[in-house]
Write a protein that binds this ligand. Structure first.
Ligand SMILES: *Cc1c(COP(=O)(O)O)cnc(C)c1O
Length: 387
């Protein structure tokens, strides 16, 4: 019997090594990893530049408290600020903690309480972020949630325009819902959310824990839309696998997070910052992101075209390398078949196959993955036309 709480339904499969897009299991079988640790390994497994940065840091100092100056924390923050609408960064260790900081800052700064979020959203598992998550299955059994959290239907402009009241501190939104089924927000919906925040004196929090750090072909996914969030949260791809999260905010919020107001023992420690700095220096290069965009558009276009005539496929959607294939049926058995074929993919809800390859995936690997996918989804295999 395992000595672990069974909080995850684990596969009886151990991945023992990884390099780039390829991982190998304990039996020596290799796979194309289109899960990437759930949008974490954006540079693939064991990326050289990040490995070097962590190794170098290991030789000098591992951990110091935030009571001291940490110069690579400053540098990682500068990179995040230079590539977003934000002016200051607070580092923590996970996505939930980044959202927790955002919710605390929004209440502290506005002096108001209500946090509005959307149905099918996912913001984390702590009490505040669970309360912000618009999915009953996440809430079940945990007793009263935090007060003053409200949920509206996603992509529903009328619902947003109908928001009223004095007490609204913030609206928190994913520009593409990840866990909720790979649901892209529309331009007009996201602009309505921003407009409403302005009108109410509420803060716009964009949760980029999954969509940030180049995943969609831009530093942050909100940059595909003409909006300028007050707060951006990110985590998954930030440290290439080293646990780290960040909350970014605009300049006017800085006085509300003064010394002693919020903190974290581990947040932004030198090892995590070595990983984050090297990751950001690589991903936030224009040519790197341009290539991600091109590869991803070609891949998405190709599978859309190929799956058009498959009756069980309802829709193929997404942005960059966050791709969802919605089926008429449950997808669990298909994920098992894909794994048999050597392709690791994920679900997003019961009926959506989610693909999250490393941003460094090669054209050949994309070709190979699309062939496996088409085979499992029952498309006759006259060689894929991809590339
Ligand atoms: C994964 C995720 C979180 C939670 O991040 P953790 O690191 O697991 O706490 C929050 N928001 C979104 C959009 C996510 O995808």
């Amino acid at each position: 019997m395992s000595s672990l709480f069974p909080t995850y339904s684990r596969l009886p499969l151990e991945l023992v090594s990884g390099n780039g897009t390829i991982v190998e299991d304990h039996n020596g079988k290799s796979y194309l990893d289109f899960i990437s640790g759930i949008a974490v390994c954006n540079l693939g497994h064991a990326p050289e530049e990040v490995k070097k940065a962590i190794e170098t840091q290991l030789q000098s100092i591992w951990h110091v408290s935030n009571l001291f100056t940490i110069s690579n924390q400053e540098k990682a923050a500068e990179l995040l600020v230079a590539n977003s609408s934000a002016d200051a960064v607070f580092f923590c260790n996970s996505g939930a903690e980044a959202n927790e900081a955002a919710i605390k800052l929004a209440r502290k700064h506005t002096g108001k309480s209500t946090i509005i979020s959307f149905k099918q959203s996912f913001h984390g598992r702590t009490f505040a972020t669970m309360s912000a998550t618009g999915q009953e299955k996440i809430h079940g059994g945990f007793g009263p949630l935090l007060p003053s959290f409200d949920y509206l239907p996603y992509n529903d402009i009328e619902a947003v325009e109908g928001i009223g009241g004095e007490d609204i501190a913030a609206i928190i939104v994913e520009v593409i819902q990840g866990e909720g089924g790979v649901n892209p927000g529309t331009q007009s919906f996201l602009q309505a959310v921003e407009q409403k925040c302005k009108q109410l004196g509420a803060l716009l929090i964009v949760d980029e824990v999954q969509t940030g750090i180049g995943r969609t072909g831009l530093p942050f996914a909100y940059q595909h839309y003409s909006i300028s969030p007050d707060i951006i949260t990110t985590a998954k791809g930030l440290g290439s696998g080293f646990p780290v999260g960040a909350m970014l905010g605009k300049a006017d919020l800085i006085p509300s997070f003064s010394a002693g107001v919020h903190g974290s023992t581990f947040g932004g420690n030198p090892l995590a910052m070595a990983a984050a700095q090297a990751t950001l220096e690589t991903i936030f290069q224009e040519e790197f992101l341009q290539e991600v965009k091109q590869k991803a558009e070609a891949f998405l276009g190709n599978i859309k075209e190929k799956l058009k005539t498959v009756p069980s496929v309802k829709e193929v959607r997404g942005k960059g390398f966050l791709i969802g294939i919605e089926l008429e049926t449950e997808v669990k058995h298909l994920l098992d078949q894909l794994r048999e074929e050597g392709l690791l993919a994920l679900s997003a809800g019961p009926r959506v196959i989610r693909l999250l390859p490393p941003l460094t995936v090669t054209e050949e690997e994309l070709q190979e993955a699309s062939e496996k996918l088409l085979k499992v989804l029952g498309v006759s295999s006259n060689k894929s036309q991809y590339v």
